[in-house]
Design a protein around this ligand. Sequence first.
Ligand code: PMP
Length: 449
Amino acid sequence: MVEITIEESKISGSTPLSDQILHRTKNSIAGGDSSTMRVLPYHLPLVATKGLGSRLWDVDGNEYIDLNMAYGPLIFGHRNPKILRSVIDQLSNSGSQLGFPTEINMRVAEKVKALFPSMELMRFANSGTEGNASAVRLARAVTGRQKLILFEGHYHGWSEAVFHRYHAPTSALPEKGFGPAIPGTGGMGRDEPDAIVVRWNDLNVLDECLKLHGNEIAACIMEPIMGNAGVIPPSPGYLKEVRDLTRRHGILLIFDEVITGLRVAAGGAQEYYGVKPDLTIISKALGGGFPICAFGGSKDLMAPLIDGTVFHGGVYSSNATVMAAAEAVLDHISSHRSEIYARLFDLSQALAEGLRDIFQRRGRPVVVQHVGPLLSLFLTKKPAEKIIDYRQAREICDAESYISLQHALQRSGVYFHPNQLEPMFLSTSHSEEDISIVLERFEYAAKLI
Ligand code: PMP
């Protein structure tokens, strides 16, 4: 049985031990951590020691209300007892990894299918990057076409298949709204990009692009709610129109629901907006903090994995530890579905309204956008009603002031990512009191910027 207690802790905002550990880590881990997103030059030092519910502690003993939730997976908070119990039972009674098919795999797949009927067949993998790369490979094999459509501001992991410069400066983006993908990193070494990047939320641009290239495109892959350029929902009817357009050109539509799956609704954005993609990738919330991904689609589309035309493997794919975590997540969602999403949406609504009110009273332009527990505060350089795509976000946002605001909040015990294009994530473990405390601290920090 896992013992859980919330300790008394101090919030001093001072982090000498974090400084010291980060400094020393740089001698053994390139850049100080194994994900660049966690050690950006403008990050204040924070070496985490533990989490519980909505709270996170650093090695210096500072306590934070966590609005990052490990970039989204912790939909039920840190150390959720049901998930921990399921994992511990699996580890102590059966083992972490057996190297054979297991019954728990079958159960988890059936439970995923019940929430995502579009995933008639699926495979499990270990990360969103792997799932996206595999889905794209399948799409190419099935259609016999090579090119992909990607969208500005959308991120699908760092594999060769899809890693483009999703946060390119707007000056590097073509005026007509689509053009060849810019490789996302040094070392990709592509002579001729096999992806076209299109402005999102703009049907005319997509239509133009498909008139020229439609018959070369294997798949159109998108985050159905953009979450990697801040939270930008699809314009009304956009997803449905894209669905029709892609079908007309024989192009597969892939929804990367790594963020949105089980977060905005049990059945993800496809349930929320009622649009069915051909292939789906879900990851973060599915594992509740354990590394899992599922990708899948119709039986026909998944057939190449069965006949061996397309290879997919992975020593750790669907290992029993993460399957136990996923099963606990899925069981909890299935049995408490309506109260979970009602709660997540209410909390997020309260946070969104509170934030708007604080900045409005100070005459500071902001745009707050959220779909349920996925929320962005955009500090803008001038007033705007809403933000509809990456270019607008990039041009209008006051990135420097946001970093100052984030630093003030972090020092006062509220954590969210300092890049305002990274969303905030709420969990069912956040309380109304947490939201009040967060808003109080925003009230104070807003005076400083
Ligand atoms: N797709 C989306 C929409 C993501 O947000 C991410 C990660 N932030 C990925 C794919 C890649 O997932 P992972 O980091 O697990 O490889």
